[in-house]
Design a protein around this ligand. Structure first.
Ligand SMILES: [Zn+2]
Length: 567
């Protein structure tokens, strides 16, 4: 590519509305432009990188037996109703009506669609299968932000595995796990797998791949001593058991005028870890109670996952809470409450002499014996882990890291094959539903995270495998000798299949250097009369800034070798 022909609209400054490093740099360096909130155009440079991201994914997924397909983006509502997810997805799924009044969805994921293709599988002899696509998906995000990190329209690789049994699924899951780690490494990312909530995807277990990143939206529990890592929405920890040494009391009412918070009650002499925090929640229209220790936070996702994943789970309004329990938030409790599902956090098992709201404004109970006084529906792990608590595997002190999710793999089991009638005949003549897995990687999100992990004050530093151009050639003068040498190196590199751009623009050398650095091209060959006098050109590495002189005749071969070695 000759730069003078290229549309690479670099900007002098980072745009003022940039919410993340990658957002700012990708706009400033001319890779992307926003059409409207959550929808981005990939300009030429952006598309060059996207193609490389996709090529790496293809190579690795083909390497574990993937067969590429392309399934429709727009789906009939019926197929989503068949799986029960039409309602479950709620507002996050774009829906639209066609001219006949039929409801449709813009694909947010493709489990149902791949399963429907899979219904033509009839025999165990046809399995295993691994199918995938690189496709556009839509999500109606409430708040799209941070450039390519949270969008409403995005490209994704999603693969789906089909097996006779769980052993087969385990193998395909492990193969994806390893392929994903290879993919992220090639993207220049330091990614690690964490236990995750399967959320609306259903199924039995899932692993998210995370990269530490301040622009991320996930908190990850990580043990520095062993390999334990989990999303806070899923993970757990060990905390010291509290022994109530006082004799168990009978619960007693006491007035607490104006005391409406854990803190206020603490100030009144009741330690937070001896209080019960009662949260009134609405799960698909049903009001339920969740109770955790006063100094703990309820994890909504953990609650949701353990009560069957309701479509809607939200805190009750003060009015709803009062309707159910007779008091406003601040004086609520579960003691004596009947006919309501009450979920208690496991840390409350065996606790006595606790304090809680009495369901009358400005009144509390003391001396509550949790197991005796509260009608527990089920003990669950409901609390959110805090940094510094102990690892469940090794006792190490847990860290909590801000991360961005770069991939997610799910063991779906038979949820979708049962819903869509995807059954096969086994060797013994019996019939059973196919065991499925699903595996996703966001293409453009990974492009953005690669920038988040690889930049400096001059701009982006692409890893060689993702760079839009591997080498830029910058003639610093436009005299005949300089241009002839630059063009000769350029043509030799092209002949060696190196992705090279010749900066033949009529602009100052400083502008050329700045653009090459901002765009993040890994290698720069500077050609000018000063070094040419010695038969040499200058080679500069973007990441280290190191410069060396090399013979002009050997430049193309040397650089082609460096490019190959860096991939
Ligand atoms: Zn550990």
């Amino acid at each position: 590519m000759k730069w003078s022909n290229m549309y690479a609209p670099t900007l002098r400054d980072v745009p003022g509305n940039a919410e993340a490093v990658s957002h700012g740099l990708l706009v400033q360096a001319g890779f992307i432009r926003q059409l409207h909130s959550g929808h981005y155009s990939m300009l030429y440079l952006g598309q060059l990188v996207q193609r490389k991201v996709e090529a790496i994914i293809r190579e690795e997924i083909n390497g574990i037996g993937g067969q590429e397909m392309i399934l429709p983006t727009m789906h009939p509502a019926d197929i989503w109703k068949q799986s029960g997810r039409w309602d479950k997805m709620g507002e996050i799924m774009f829906t639209l009506e066609d001219r006949k009044g039929n409801a449709n969805a813009l694909g947010i994921t493709h489990e149902e669609i791949f399963a429907s293709v899979g219904t033509e599988l009839t025999s165990y002899k046809q399995l295993p299968q691994l199918w995938y696509q690189i496709q556009i998906k839509f999500r109606d995000e409430a708040r799209p932000k941070s450039g390519l990190l949270r969008v409403r329209e995005f490209h994704m690789k999603d693969s789906y595995s089909f097996d006779v049994d769980w052993d087969g699924l385990d193998k395909q899951f492990d193969a994806h796990h390893d392929a994903y780690l290879r993919i992220f490494k090639r993207f220049g990312l330091d990614a690690f797998g964490v236990l995750a909530s399967s959320g609306a995807m259903g199924g039995n277990s899932s692993v998210e791949f995370m990269v530490e990143c301040p622009a991320g939206e996930d908190d990850v529990i990580k043990c520095p001593k062993c390999d334990y890592a989990a999303n806070v929405e899923r993970g757990t920890s060990v905390i010291p058991k509290i022994v109530d040494d006082a004799d168990p009391e009978t619960y007693e009412r006491f007035d607490t005028p104006g005391v409406r918070t854990i803190k206020a009650l603490e100030d009144a002499g009741h330690e937070a870890n001896k209080q019960l925090k009662t949260l009134v929640m609405v799960a698909d229209g049903e009001t339920i109670l969740a109770v955790v220790r006063g100094d703990h936070q309820l994890s909504l996702q953990k609650l949701s996952d353990q009560i069957g994943g309701p479509s809607e789970l939200r805190p009750a309004t003060p009015t709803e809470a009062k309707e159910l329990l007779g008091a406003m938030p601040g004086s609520l409790g579960a003691v004596g409450v009947k006919g309501v599902r009450i979920y208690l956090d496991k840390e409350l098992q065996g606790r006595t002499n606790m304090t809680t709201g009495a369901n009358e404004d400005d009144v509390h109970y003391s001396g509550v014996n949790v197991e005796r006084d509260i009608e527990c529906t089920e003990w669950l792990d409901l609390r959110e882990v805090q940094a510094g608590e102990e690892c469940v595997n090794c006792g190490g002190q847990l860290d909590i890291l801000r991360c961005v999710e770069v991939g997610h793999i799910f063991k779906l089991g038979t949820v979708y094959s049962e819903a869509l009638g995807l059954n096969i005949a086994n060797a013994d003549g019996s019939t059973s539903p196919v065991v499925m897995g699903s595996y996703g990687i966001g293409v453009q999100r990974n492009m953005a995270v690669a920038v988040e992990s690889n930049y400096d004050d001059k701009g982006i530093i692409w890893p060689m495998e993702l760079a839009p151009f591997e080498v830029s050639i910058v003639p610093v003068k436009d005299d005949e000798e300089t241009m002839a040498a630059a063009t000769s190196v350029y043509e030799s590199l092209l002949a060696s299949n190196v992705d090279v751009v010749l900066d033949d623009r009529d602009v100052r050398a400083g502008v050329k250097f700045a653009d090459t650095e901002l765009i993040g091209i890994p290698l720069r060959i500077t050609v000018g009369p000063k070094t040419l006098a010695n038969g040499e050109v200058e080679l500069t590495e973007r990441r280290s800034g190191e410069t060396q002189n090399i013979a002009v005749d050997a430049a193309a071969a040397t650089v082609a070798e460096m490019v190959a070695a860096a991939k």
